[in-house]
Design a protein around this ligand. Structure first.
Ligand SMILES: NC(=O)c1ccc[n+]([C@@H]2O[C@H](COP(=O)([O-])OP(=O)(O)OC[C@H]3O[C@@H](n4cnc5c(N)ncnc54)[C@H](OP(=O)(O)O)[C@@H]3O)[C@@H](O)[C@H]2O)c1
Length: 366
């Protein structure tokens, strides 16, 4: 379930037309006061101007949409015009400002952040490309953006990391995310670090991937533990942080339950009404070899580091959802929305039946 305090307050204000209240004023250290006005929705004016690096990604698009709906002017730095085109109608005219940038070009980064009171950095990649290895894409880019944000005195900087980020992790991706946190904190100690668990949603690489490639989720006999979180809950949490900053804090946003890959395979099979996969459980060495060979094609395939991650349980850290004002929803609530397209025509409207949760898989208080 999503809650947005600013939206509720603005609805109340609309009912009591013409009343301006204390909550319409947000003061950020070292910045001019931000004053919101108007009814909620696309024509609202939140008074904030924010920059979203990584706006063209899975999480970024939902965040821009939520910010646009709150009447925030969003600077959207992009690499590929086609990827950024979808952002334009997410806000009122002139509210979504797309700017071409290069994460290695400090000038373009500075141009994107110099007028903003809040900067989100969602840039991240969990596989290497010809131009960016994992450190360059995740850690060095984050440091560069944070450094420029510090130079311009941005009062509210939010760095998106990963729940399992750790310098001692066997995964290079989790190491790079931990390095990003460290580097950002070193140049901008007031930065807020947000650590979501693996996210699911319409364009995710979780439920869609399990539906398409169950064999890769059977590694480790499907016993790896995962704490999946709804992408809209994370986007709402990030949007709330715009007007309720929590400087210098690190907040974990895991899903409300710890599940196993085995349960997710059962869930996808039950919801899509497809028979369970009969694919074998590949030994780790074979999976790593196949992943290595797959690196020779130009399109992204399962990387060796991803194979490593399939053997790592998500970090068992308590969630900080109360701080961001969101109650995370269970995966069963949304599974049919994202998985119905994998049903056959004759099963399309059949009722949804969920598999029982095994006793080893516990629903946790977050
Ligand atoms: N998805 C998850 O399950 C999950 C879980 C926990 C944490 N996270 C973190 O949350 C953040 C957002 O995740 P996501 O799923 O939205 O990722 P995504 O869909 O892969 O999007 C990543 C964004 O970063 C940009 N980007 C990547 N490398 C770049 C580079 N070298 N230069 C400039 N821009 C670059 C991409 O731009 P282009 O569109 O131009 O490629 C895109 O806008 C990431 O930091 C990710 O590590 C994700």
């Amino acid at each position: 379930m999503l809650t947005s305090a600013p939206t509720m307050l603005r609805v109340q204000r609309t009912i009591l037309v013409g009343k301006r209240a204390y909550h319409d004023l947000v003061t950020l250290p070292g910045s001019k006061p931000v004053i919101s006005s108007g009814p909620p929705g696309y024509s609202a004016v939140s008074g904030h101007r924010v920059t979203v690096f990584g706006c063209t990604g899975f999480l970024g698009r939902y965040l821009v949409s939520k910010l646009g709906k709150m009447g925030t002017q969003v600077i959207a730095p992009y690499r590929d015009e086609d990827e950024a085109r979808v952002l334009k109608p997410m806000g009122d005219l002139g509210q979504i400002v797309r700017m071409e940038f290069d994460v290695r070009d400090e000038q373009t980064i500075a141009e994107a952040i110099r007028h903003s009171d809040t900067v989100y950095n969602l840039i991240g990649r969990n596989y290497e490309t010809k131009n960016f290895d994992l450190r360059a894409a995740n850690a060095l880019s984050a440091e560069r953006i944070a450094k420029i944000a510090a130079e311009y005195g941005v009062p509210n900087f939010i760095q998106v990391s990963h729940l399992s980020a750790s310098k001692s992790s066997p995964s290079k991706f989790y190491q790079a995310k931990a390095e990003a946190e460290e580097r950002v904190k070193a140049v901008l100690p007031t930065a807020t670090i947000i650590r979501p668990g693996p996210m699911y949603g319409y364009e995710d690489k979780l439920l869609n991937n399990i539906a398409g490639w169950p064999i890769w989720w059977k590694l480790n006999h499907a016993q790896t533990k995962i704490r999946p979180v709804h992408v809209l809950d994370v986007a709402q949490a990030l949007a709330n942080l715009m007007s309720r900053p929590v400087p210098s804090k690190t907040l974990n946003l895991p899903g409300p339950s710890t599940l196993s890959y085995e349960y997710l395979l059962d869930l996808v099979s039950s919801v899509t009404l497809q028979p369970p996969s009969r694919a074998p459980v590949l030994p780790r060495s074979v999976a790593t070899l196949i992943a290595r060979l797959g690196q020779n094609v130009w399109w992204p395939t399962l990387s060796p580091d991803e194979v490593t991650r399939r053997y790592i349980d998500d970090a068992d850290l308590p969630g900080d959802w109360d701080v961001v004002g969101v109650e995370p929803s269970e995966i069963e609530t949304h599974a049919i929305t994202y998985l119905r397209r994998y049903r056959s025509a004759e099963n399309y409207v059949r009722p949804v039946i969920f598999p029982p949760r095994p006793s080893a898989v516990v629903a946790e208080e977050y």
